[in-house]
Design a protein around this ligand. Structure first.
Ligand code: ATP
Ligand code: MG
Length: 450
């Protein structure tokens, strides 16, 4: 136990005992404040903070139980040790019931006292650690399932933290499968609207003719089949977050109306003229890197683009943050519950791949592999054939980044791989392949045989 910086309040009316306690505690390195009655103690609890309060139960005026009650109004409450007179065990029990950590019965030795104090401190620091741990777990889960430790992802986490708690309109940009929807959900979960709904609308999944009804809702009789009023996504998101996915696909007529929602937080249902006010936060996403180009060519409204793009979060593609691959792979393996680990050779191949489908593609690869592998370890042969070097034994595939071989072995592997490619390009014809490679048919044949 390290007593430095720990603050103890001693409440004791007997001047002799008060002096002994204070003296011993100061000797042990604590910083001590003393009070000689309950009123003084309660006053001190109001102005100072203490880790531990040691209080006599029988005090003139306000007694030790009242001091104890007062400690419970503090956050975090100090731990309390009570001192009871000879034979008054009932009051000690009452104190424990009220939340005192422990008690001492007079007379006691200083040794007993210090031992008890140390015990109380140990419990207290365990509790603190526990609280810290819980806080950390909560803050991690607030990023939802987003895993990553690359510079790119840490920046994304920072941006989420900064903007989540505001009502700012956010545009999430990034290739397909980079986690845009997860970011949108994390923004909702971490913000002040977390108790409201998260309503998602994929703009590319709804036929143009139904789009406005879906987004803005409709009044009874607005069109054939509208037998009662229907609520649109915007209204459903009232008090929460509206996530507009694939925003580039939004039909032009809806774009105008959405602009009004962004400017005035109000809209009218289809077939109605009542102005409906909503309190929503809008987050949108697109995998079109050229939303701006769409603006230039007139297929996306410029004013809407600027309204949506108040705050942009750009998701880095997986190939630009390879250090996240092992972490995400482990995360998926844990979620899938099939395979237990990935062999070094297989991991080297996962690291080498370029992932046009980003994290979603990695997920599919890991899912497939964990079904295929029964031995609990994912090996290269469990990886899909399109991965560089998949389906080959480790002596056949190209050396992975960071894997240094003897030059002649590396050259041999490269040659094998290159000949395979030429054969593939030549549709299996050896004559054509040898032409492509600029070597004789016979030379090619020998190399294939090797
Ligand atoms: N950093 C990450 N950690 C863990 N899982 C992730 C991460 N990023 C994405 N995923 C997972 O990858 C898959 C694709 O993510 P998501 O649907 O959010 O991508 P997207 O960018 O919205 O893709 P699209 O543009 O195709 O809609 C989901 O299963 C998601 O859970
Ligand atoms: Mg998506």
């Amino acid at each position: 136990m390290d007593p430095s910086g720990k603050r103890i309040l001693v409440v004791e009316d007997d001047p002799g005992l008060r002096f002994t306690l204070t003296d011993n505690l100061e000797e042990a390195g604590f910083s001590v404040t003393a009070a000689d009655d309950g009123e003084e103690a309660i006053r001190l609890l109001g102005t100072d903070t203490f880790d531990i309060v040691v209080t006599d139960l029988r005090l003139p005026g306000k007694d030790g139980l009242e001091v104890l009650r007062e400690t419970k109004t503090k956050t975090p409450p100090p731990s309390v040790i009570t001192i009871t007179g000879h034979g008054s065990i009932e009051s000690a029990v009452a104190a424990i019931k009220l939340g005192a950590e422990d008690y001492l019965t007079k007379p006691f030795s200083m040794e007993e006292f210090l031992l008890l104090l140390e015990k109380v401190f140990r419990v207290r620091s365990l509790e603190e650690e526990n609280r810290d741990l819980k806080r950390r777990i909560v803050s991690q889960s607030l990023f939802e399932e987003l895993v990553g430790k690359s510079k790119g992802m840490l920046e994304v986490f920072d941006l989420i933290s900064v903007v989540a708690d505001t009502d700012a309109t956010v545009l999430i940009l990034g290739e397909s499968g980079t986690g845009k929807e997860l970011v949108a959900r994390a923004l909702h979960r971490r913000g002040k609207r977390k108790d409201g709904s998260f309503v998602a609308l994929n703009c590319s999944a709804i036929p143009q003719s139904l789009f406005e009804a879906e987004l803005f809702g409709y009044e009874k009789g607005a069109f054939t089949g509208a037998i009662r009023r229907g609520m649109g996504k915007i209204e459903q998101a009232h008090g929460g977050t509206l996530f507009l996915d694939e925003i580039a696909e939004m039909p032009p007529s809806a774009q105008v109306k959405l602009l009004r929602v962004l400017q005035e937080r109000s809209f009218t249902r289809i077939g109605g003229n009542e102005n409906v006010h909503v309190d929503i936060r809008i987050v949108s996403a697109t995998n079109k890197d050229d939303l701006k180009a769409m603006v230039a060519e007139g297929s996306f409204r410029e004013d809407l683009f600027y309204r949506l793009n108040v705050f942009a979060i750009r998701m880095p593609p997986l190939r630009e943050r390879k250090e996240d691959i092992p972490l995400i792979t482990d995360h998926f393996i844990e979620k899938l519950g099939g395979a237990r680990r990935v062999s070094d050779a297989a991991m080297a191949m996962l690291m080498d791949h370029r992932y046009p489908g980003n994290v979603r593609e990695l997920w599919n690869i890991v899912e497939r592999a964990s079904i295929l592998c029964r031995e609990g370890t994912i090996e290269p042969k469990h990886l899909p054939p399109e991965l560089p070097g998949a389906g080959k034994t480790s002596s056949e595939r190209l050396p992975a980044e960071g894997e240094i071989l003897q030059l002649k072995d590396a050259v041999r592997r490269f040659e094998q791989d290159y000949i395979q490619r030429a054969l593939k390009a030549a549709g299996g014809s050896r004559t054509q392949a040898s032409n492509l490679l600029g070597i004789g048919r016979k030379a090619l044949w020998e190399r294939i045989r090797k």
